[in-house]
Write a protein that binds this ligand. Structure first.
Ligand code: SAM
Length: 470
């Protein structure tokens, strides 16, 4: 059945032909050119993207790799830190590097923790409707912790008036503020400018934004924070496309020669490449939902996405990009993050800091701990929560799955930003396909296939063929 006929969204019907074009697989030649250019500009000369009738896109080795070699460091196309994780870690909103100082990180987290223990945080941890597919991580900071420190000490840490021993070994970039709002922080002016131009100028709630739009953005963000923060990253995918469209439109030759819709298609190109399915169709049925309630569960998720989309439209709708604001496109964008999300993870430097203190010679350690111990105790067990979020990586997302993969995502000590890092797990010959595992592959055949069913395929990798019961 035509999904637009049952959709609550008017735009699904009004722009059905344009939506079909936006969601169609890009022509092979155009896709090949896109990936060749991406690989060339990122100097990822060790890989190429291939197309096969069996598994669609896949990544192949263009040279030999030894075990442990770096295969790829893939730049995020669109990503966002989980809402609750923002309480634990202050990172650059563009590249996701930790910012400020060790003192700033510890002070801010403990400050939020003290506010959390004084107010009812449980509401913020409750995910309404469905948290299906939500990768909103729990926050260490919202856990009850009786070890609170005087607010004055925390303020001094945040303001830089109180220094902890040995933190000069763990320098972090100074915080650069957003030119508009107080929500976003950056590790450099260049990240601040890039974020503004690429995504944030349409979502900024600073005083320069028109008050009615500002209030609409707040409502959209509040709804996402209260339901599923995947909507925040989906909104960034839309702003990326709208801002690319506006930029293309400003180029004089584009403005006269091409129709608005072909400009929109061009602006959408990086996202058109991502593997997509409608979110509410593809999301795994949570364990606590009975099979006979599946239809109503999927309906609820669609309604949730529709509510979010209405709020987003109130905030940033652009009529020339109207098909982008259809429920069909919104559902596919969210589905793309769900299906391709390797997970945005950046290790906390606070962990390295406390390990350093712990490894000091006994006398130095004793002296340092007189200062650091109260802070470590107050932070509690999760003293060094990593930065976590949702992201789409354009090249990593072309990698197919294997239960005996030859590569894996792995952050080395030097990988301090949000980029995806892919490392060879074994020697890889030129022209071999590079595969990663989408699941925990250390489980029996049936369990692996059940997990992979959520991705919509049956694995026929050499290991599955061998272990498949007759
Ligand atoms: C992240 S994408 C990988 C790139 C994908 N082949 C494409 O064309 O965009 C994940 C999707 O690729 C397909 N896929 C990945 N690994 C596969 C495998 N081992 N066997 C069959 N299909 C696979 C599935 O459709 C899966 O949902």
């Amino acid at each position: 059945m035509d999904p637009s006929s049952t959709s609550p969204c008017e735009l699904d019907r009004e722009f059905a032909p344009q939506i079909a074009q936006l969601l169609a697989a890009p022509p092979l030649q155009s896709a090949q050119e896109y990936y060749d250019r991406l690989i060339q500009s990122g100097k990822h000369d060790g890989i190429r993207v291939n197309f096969s009738s069996k598994h669609g896109k896949g990544v192949c080795a263009n040279k030999e790799f030894a075990e442990g070699d770096l295969i790829l460091k893939d730049r995020i196309l669109v990503g966002a830190q989980h809402s609750l994780n923002k309480i634990d870690c202050t990172v650059c909103s563009y590249c996701f590097r930790f910012v400020g100082s060790i003192e700033f990180q510890i002070g801010r987290r403990l400050y939020w923790q003290s506010i959390g223990s004084n107010s009812d945080c449980t509401n913020r941890r409750h995910y309404h409707g469905s948290d299906a597919g939500s990768s909103a991580s729990s926050s260490g900071a919202t856990k009850e912790n009786s070890n609170t420190l005087p607010e004055e000490a925390l303020r001094s840490l945040i303001n830089g008036n109180l220094s902890l021993p040995f933190t000069d070994h763990f320098g972090l970039p100074r915080v650069v503020a957003c030119r508009g709002c107080e929500e976003e922080r950056y590790c450099s002016q260049s990240c601040a400018d890039s974020d503004w131009e690429t995504y944030h100028s349409l979502l900024c709630t600073g005083s320069k934004t028109d008050p009615s739009r500002r209030s609409a953005i707040h409502k959209f963000v509040e709804h996402a924070n209260g339901t599923n923060d995947i909507f925040l990253v989906a909104a960034k995918a839309i702003t990326l496309t709208v801002l690319r469209y506006n930029k293309l439109k400003r180029q004089p030759q584009k403005n006269t020669d091409e129709s608005n819709f072909s400009l929109l298609m061009e602006a959408w190109k990086p996202l058109s490449m991502g593997f997509k399915k409608r979110w509410w169709d593809s999301v795994a049925l949570p364990d606590d939902v009975d099979f006979c309630d599946e239809d109503s569960f999927r309906q609820q998720i669609r309604d949730l996405a529709y509510t979010s989309l209405q709020l987003l439209k109130d905030a940033i709708f652009e009529s020339e990009c109207a098909p982008l604001f259809s429920l069909e496109v919104y559902g596919h964008i969210i589905g793309m993050f769900e299906l391709n999300n390797l997970g945005l993870v950046v290790a906390s430097p606070v962990e390295d800091y406390f390990i350093h203190i712990d490894d000091l010679p006994d006398d130095e350690k004793e002296e340092a701990e007189k200062v650091t111990r109260p802070f470590l105790d107050a932070l509690g067990e999760d003293y060094a929560v990593p930065c976590e979020g949702t992201a789409f990586f354009p090249l990593q997302s072309c990698m197919n799955h294997s239960c005996c993969p030859n590569a894996k995502a792995y952050k080395r000590d030097e990988d301090t930003d949000g980029d995806a890092v892919i490392i060879a797990l074994k020697p890889i010959s030129k022209d071999d396909e590079i595969t990663i595992s989408y699941i925990d592959e250390d489980v029996p055949y049936e369990e692996r296939q059940a997990q992979l069913a959520d991705y919509g395929f049956i694995c026929t990798c050499p290991r599955c063929q061998e272990e498949k019961p007759n």
